[in-house]
Design a protein around this ligand. Sequence first.
Ligand SMILES: [Mg+2]
Length: 222
Amino acid sequence: MPRSPIRYVLFDLDNTLYPRSSGVLQRIDQRIEEFLRQRFPLPDPELREMRRGYWRKYGTTLGGLVAEHHVAPEEYLRFIHDVPIEELLQPDPALEQLLNAIPAPKGVFTNSIRSHAERVLRALAVERHFGAIYDLGFMGLEAKPHPNAFRGVLADLGLPAEACLFVDDTANNVRAARQLGLRTVQVLDAGDDSDANLEGEFVIPATHLLGEILMYFQFVKA
Ligand SMILES: [Mg+2]
C-alpha cells in the first residue's frame, strides 16, 4: 500500500537546526546551574544531585522546580534562555538551501520557548521558512516526548500523523513520534557522546544532509 504523502515538516530546534558544536545548549545548561545556585544556597554537587533527581522523577529540571518549589515556569525559562545566541550562531546558507528544497510547509516543534526559537531562527537567517513555532507554552508544559505534545501539534495543523515528517536529534522524541505514526528522521550528531539509540526511520549525521534523502519521501504537490 502506498504511504500517504508528506504535507508538513516539523523540525526540532536545538541541536537540530544548528549543530551541537555551536555550544548553545551548553550555555543554556550553565544558565540552569546558575539559576539553581541563586535559588538554593547549596554546594554544587548537591545541586547536581537535585537536578538528577528531578530528571528521574519529573523528566526535566523545570518539572521538579515547579512541583516542589513553586518556581514560576516563565521566570525560569526566561532566565535559562538568556544566552548570547548571536555570538554562537551565524546565518547558515546551506540550511537555507535545504529549506528551499523541501516542497512542504515547515514548522518548529521545540521544548524551549518561542522567544528563544525566534532568536535562533533569526541568527541562522531562516525565520521566513517557518510558518509556525510550537513551543513549551503551546504544549502547556507537557513537553516532547509526551504523546500529548505531538497530538496537540497535529490537531492544530489539522493533519494525520502520517502526513508529517518529524526531524529531531533526541532518540526519545523520535521514538515517540514514530510510535504515533509520524514519519521520522533522526539527526545523530557525530559530536554526541551519549549512547544515543537509533530510532528514526532514517538517521542522518547532520540536518544539512536531509536533502540527500528527500527522494524517499513523497510530498504533496503545492
Ligand atoms: Mg534537540
